[in-house]
Design a protein around this ligand. Sequence first.
Ligand SMILES: [Fe+2]
Length: 134
Amino acid sequence: MPLIDWNESLEIGFRPIDADHKRLVALLNELHEYLVSGSSLSLIHSAFQRIARHTATHFRHEEALMAESGYPDAPNHCLAHQELEKQMADLLQRLDEGASVFSQELVDFLKNWLINHITTMDTALGHYLAGQNA
Ligand SMILES: [Fe+2]
């Protein structure tokens, strides 16, 4: 079973962002699959690195849209992005130091963060962008 089933409640109605989110969900499902099937640490590690890279690219994408459109809640939204990126950077550093950081708890944390962020902050951004293009 996938960790996250993509469904309409995860669509914010702005296609380029929805496409980024779908890809993030697929990458998280991949990491989850590697963990539950007992894959090698190197596979798990590279899956997590893909998530970190895609997250950074995606956040810059959203932040550029917020800047271009004059989105009023941009400071809060960018702060939420920064906090997650800092947590991911800490995890990557601990990994490099040889710590075992992967667990169902970590995957659940990422899942809950993503779903919560998409359904609140990103959905609000989607409504704003839709209003601008109306
Ligand atoms: Fe966001």
